[in-house]
Write a protein that binds this ligand. Structure first.
Ligand code: GAL
Length: 330
C-alpha cells in the first residue's frame, strides 16, 4: 500500500471513530437528562387522559408511530433506556405475575421452551411468579428458577372445545387475580404458550393497561381488521383504533381484573344469545380496548411472526412458534 492510501485509510478510521463517539454521547446525554416520572392516567369529565411518559424518547424512531391519538406510548426498540426502566421498577418493588395456560397437548408441545426462554428474557431483575394453569399439573416440567422467581401450578378443567379453553381463560384469570395474584403481584401478564422469548422483554413493557399490536395487522387499513362485525355479538366493533393480539395482554392487577371480568361478561352474554365472536376472546379484548384505551401499547417486536419481513423490526423479543393445530386443538 502506498503512503498516501495508508494515510487515507487511517483518516477514514479516525472519522468513523469520531462519528460513533458523537452518536453514543448524544444517546447518553438524552437518556441521562431525562427525568424519571411515572406515567399518570386519570378519568375526568367522562374523558380519559394519559400523560406522556418522560422516560421515553418519542423522537428516537421517525420510521414508526410512537404514540397513539390518546397519547399512550407505543414501545419500540431505541425509545427507552433499559437500565433506567429496570432501576425505576426495582426501586418501586414491582412484581409481575406471568399467567400461561398449558391445557391438553399444548403442555407437551410448548410449555418447556416457553418457560426456559422466559427465564432468559422476561423481566430479569424483577420479582416474577409464573402461574401455570393446566389440566395435568404432574406433567409440568420441574425447573430451577432464577433469583426472585417462583412458580405456581394450578389445575383447571379442560373444556372440550379449544375455543372455550381460550375464552374461559378470562374466567380463570378473573378468579385468580381476586383470590391470589392481587396479594402478591402489582402487574399481571397473560401469554399464549405457543411462543418463545428471543430477546429482552423487560420493565419498559409494564403499565396500567398494556395491549399488543398484532404483527399481521399493524400496517393494514382498518377495514382489513378482523373485528367481530355482527351486531348480535357483544364484541361487535364497527370501527376501532388498532387490531390488538390476544397472544399477550397485561396491566396492573386492578385493570386486569376489570378487563377479564368485562370480557367474560361479553362471552357469557354471547353464549346466552347463541353467538360466538369470530376470534373468540381476542374479539372481546378488542372491544374492551376500544372502550377503555390501553395506557401502553407494545409494538409487534413483542410478539413477532418470523414468516413476515419488516425493516422497522430491529429486534424480536417474543416470536410465534410453529402451530401444531392438528395435534393440539383436539
Ligand atoms: C391470526 C392469528 C390468530 C388471530 C387472527 C386474527 O394470524 O393466528 O390467533 O389473532 O390472526 O385475524
Amino acid at each position: 500500500m502506498s503512503r498516501s492510501s495508508s494515510l487515507k485509510a487511517t483518516l477514514g478510521i479516525f472519522y468513523i471513530i469520531v462519528a460513533v463517539t458523537i452518536i453514543i454521547t448524544q444517546y447518553n446525554i438524552h437518556f441521562s437528562s431525562m427525568e424519571v416520572t411515572p406515567v399518570r392516567t386519570d378519568h375526568r369529565d367522562g374523558r380519559f387522559y394519559v400523560y406522556l411518559d418522560h422516560t421515553l424518547n418519542f423522537g428516537a424512531r421517525q420510521d414508526v408511530p410512537t404514540h397513539t391519538s390518546w397519547d399512550a406510548p407505543i414501545i419500540w426498540e431505541g425509545m427507552f433506556d433499559p437500565d433506567l426502566h429496570d432501576q425505576t421498577h426495582f426501586e418501586a418493588n414491582s412484581s409481575v405475575a406471568l399467567a400461561v395456560f398449558a391445557v391438553g397437548r399444548y403442555l407437551e408441545f410448548y410449555l418447556h421452551n416457553f418457560l426456559t426462554s422466559a427465564e432468559k428474557h422476561f423481566m430479569l431483575g424483577l420479582s416474577v411468579t409464573y402461574y401455570v394453569f393446566t389440566d395435568y399439573p404432574e406433567k409440568v416440567p420441574k425447573m430451577e428458577l432464577g433469583p426472585w422467581r417462583s412458580m405456581k401450578v394450578l389445575q383447571v378443567e379442560k373444556h372440550p372445545r379449544w375455543q372455550d379453553v381460550s375464552m374461559m381463560r378470562m374466567k380463570t384469570l378473573a378468579e385468580f387475580i381476586e383470590s391470589d395474584i392481587r396479594h402478591h403481584c402489582n402487574y399481571v401478564f397473560c401469554f399464549d404458550v405457543d411462543q418463545v422469548f428471543t430477546g429482552r422483554f423487560g420493565s419498559e413493557a409494564l403499565g396500567d393497561s398494556v395491549a399488543l399490536l398484532h404483527a399481521h395487522f399493524y400496517t393494514l387499513p382498518q377495514h382489513r381488521f378482523t373485528y367481530e362485525r355482527r351486531p348480535t355479538s357483544q364484541a361487535f366493533l364497527e370501527t376501532g383504533d388498532f387490531y390488538y393480539h390476544a397472544a399477550l395482554f397485561g396491566g396492573s392487577w386492578e385493570n386486569m381484573k376489570n378487563l377479564t371480568e368485562a370480557c367474560l361478561a361479553g362471552i357469557m352474554e354471547d353464549k346466552k344469545n347463541k353467538v360466538e365472536a369470530v376470534w373468540h376472546d381476542e374479539s372481546h379484548l378488542n372491544k374492551y380496548y376500544w372502550l377503555h384505551k390501553p395506557t401502553r401499547v407494545l409494538s409487534p417486536e413483542y410478539c413477532w411472526d418470523r414468516r413476515l419481513y419488516d425493516i422497522n423490526i430491529w429486534v424480536t423479543r417474543l416470536v410465534w412458534v410453529k402451530k401444531h393445530y392438528r395435534q393440539t386443538r383436539v
